[in-house]
Structure formats: structure tokens, C-alpha cells
Design a binder for this molecule. Structure first.
Ligand SMILES: Nc1ncnc2c1ncn2[C@@H]1O[C@H](COP(=O)(O)OP(=O)(O)OP(=O)(O)O)[C@@H](O)[C@H]1O
Ligand SMILES: [Mg+2]
Length: 283
């Protein structure tokens, strides 16, 4: 295929030998399957700020370390210099995070290079020999789904132990490899100990996963986020901690958004029971 202009420098530097085909294009980036270092790898080309869809990032960028106060002021003012700083910060957050998590033993694509705004990383393969599917595209039955759900939660625990909250975790940002799930797409990740919204964001990340893999389980059995954060705050979370999902939420810790989700789930169950429909565990 024609070489995308953003990949030309990497070919010239000898980092990439050829571009095989585009993989899925997301909101933030275009990912290509490339040949690099004698194997197939994924190259993630970040879109510029203008090309990206708008998101409210204030809660994400809060608490983030920016090199100096000039950069901080510029990012606040949205000057051209500010936009460039914001852009560089956005790209490098994913790269810094992926290197950090790889070193911490979290299942993420192995990073190889970050050059001219392009991240070259391991291409995660699927069980059919092709590129791995996102969890959202896999058809898992209840038995498989429960295993995968626990595996993802175990990775979230390891990430939290490395002081990272993904902040955009969902079944669209987890790929399924033969050995289990692999977490991707980290530009929004935040420091668990630095960001004042980290707890709420972690609860949302975890709820995104558990609500996909509910399989009729009661919301009170799926309080993994609360349990994890409580152990983390008390310094008792370890990378190999096994969670129960059960947690009595003290009144002052109740999170309105998550409770709303729990209430919706109970209503859904009641509606299904009323109309006598079977719960479909295969989707
Ligand atoms: N290392 C990888 N190996 C295999 N496929 C990958 C890899 N990284 C990304 N992909 C594919 O490219 C898609 C887009 O990647 P990613 O989610 O990182 O980008 P994005 O543009 O930030 O997406 P989003 O729409 O979630 O914002 C993924 O859904 C996945 O299908
Ligand atoms: Mg994504």
C-alpha cells in the first residue's frame, strides 16, 4: 500500500520496513500493521488535536505533571504553543504509561519505539492467527466471559499497584489474545495518587467492564472497583491480590453515578423477569 506520510520518516530511519495495511482507526489515532524488526508490529499514529473528537479532558489533565509553569499556563490558555504542548503531552502520556506498565508486568503491547509522534509496538495476535479482536467483537459464552472478566480485573489491580488508572477502559480497549486479554489505548491514563478524580474514574473504568460481563450477577456482587480502591488506599493492594467483588459501601463513599448504574441494572433484571424472558448470556 502507499506509505502514509506520517510513516515515511520511520521507513527512512529503518524502524519500519513496510506498511502492510491499516488496522482500525479510532477517534484519537490511526493504527497500521507494519513490518518492523523482522516481525509484524502495530504503528499508532496520533491524530492532531484538530482532527480529534472533542472530549472534556480537564479531569484527566488535572494533577498531571507538566514540565514547567510556562507550559502549564500555555496549556490553560490554548495558545498555539499551548496546543502543541498539550499534543506532545497527550502522545507521551500513552508512551510513558505503556513502558511503565510493561515494566510492571501488566499485559500491554510491548513498546519498541516512539518516533515523530508514532508509537511502534507489538501487534497483538488473535487465536485464528490474525490480529486480535477487541473484547466487544468477541462472542464469549458465560463460562469464557467470567474468566476473561476476572483476567481484566486482575490487570486493573496490577495497573493500580503501578499507580495508573486507565481512564478510558472499556471492552473496546481490551484485545483478546490466546493467553488472555491485553489492555490498550492509554492517552487518557492518570496517576492514581496524583489525580483528585482517580477514585471516581477507576470506579467508572471497572463498571464499564463488569457491566459488559454481568451475566445476571447482582450489582452488589460486582463492587470490584470499590474493593480495589479501598485496599489501594489502605496500602494493602498487591499485584496478585484476588478480589471478591463484595464490598459494603460506607455511606460517605457512595458514588452516585455507579449507584445509578446499579439501579438501572436491577430495573433491567426486573423488567426481564416480568416479561418472562430468558437472560441471554451469549451476548
Ligand atoms: N498493539 C496492537 N495490536 C493489535 N491491534 C491493535 C493494537 N493497538 C491498536 N490496535 C487496533 O487499533 C484500534 C485502535 O487502537 P486504539 O484504541 O489504541 O486507538 P484510538 O484511536 O485511541 O481508539 P479510540 O477510538 O478508543 O479512541 C484498536 O481497537 C485495535 O483494534
Ligand atoms: Mg481505543
Amino acid at each position: 500500500m502507499r506509505i502514509p506520510p506520517r510513516l515515511v520518516p520511520l521507513i527512512e530511519y529503518g524502524i519500519i520496513q513496510s506498511v502492510v495495511r491499516p488496522l482500525l482507526s479510532g477517534k484519537e489515532a490511526q493504527v497500521y500493521l507494519v513490518e518492523s524488526g523482522g516481525e509484524l508490529r502495530a504503528a499508532k499514529v496520533y491524530k492532531s488535536v484538530q482532527e480529534r473528537s472533542f472530549r472534556n479532558r480537564s479531569s484527566y489533565t488535572e494533577g498531571r505533571q507538566v514540565r514547567n509553569t510556562r507550559d502549564q499556563r500555555a496549556m490553560g490558555k490554548h495558545s498555539r504553543y499551548g496546543r502543541e504542548q498539550e499534543e506532545a503531552a497527550w502522545n507521551s502520556i500513552e508512551v510513558d504509561t505503556i513502558y511503565k506498565l510493561d515494566a510492571a508486568g501488566v499485559r500491554v503491547p510491548k513498546p519498541f519505539a516512539f518516533v515523530d509522534g508514532v508509537l511502534v509496538m507489538e501487534c497483538i495476535g488473535g487465536s485464528d492467527g490474525g490480529v486480535a479482536l477487541r473484547i466487544s467483537d468477541c462472542h464469549l459464552d458465560k463460562e469464557q466471559g467470567l474468566v476473561v472478566c476476572d483476567q481484566i480485573l486482575a490487570e486493573v489491580v496490577k495497573m493500580l499497584c503501578a499507580d495508573v488508572v486507565h481512564a478510558d477502559l472499556s471492552v473496546y480497549n481490551v484485545l483478546l489474545e490466546e493467553r488472555g486479554p491485553v489492555i490498550i489505548d492509554f492517552p487518557q491514563s492518570i496517576g492514581a495518587s496524583k489525580n483528585p478524580h482517580a477514585r471516581k474514574i477507576l470506579l467508572r473504568d471497572v463498571a464499564n467492564i463488569t457491566s459488559f460481563f454481568r451475566f445476571g450477577r447482582a450489582p452488589e456482587e460486582l463492587r470490584y472497583g470499590y474493593e480495589m480502591w479501598d485496599l489501594y488506599e489502605r496500602g494493602q493492594l498487591a499485584p496478585d491480590t484476588v478480589l471478591t467483588g463484595k464490598f459494603d459501601i460506607p455511606e460517605h463513599l457512595v458514588d452516585a453515578d455507579i449507584l445509578l448504574l446499579e439501579m438501572q441494572q436491577i430495573e433491567e433484571d426486573e423488567a426481564l423477569a416480568e416479561f418472562g424472558e430468558d437472560l441471554d448470556f451469549d451476548s
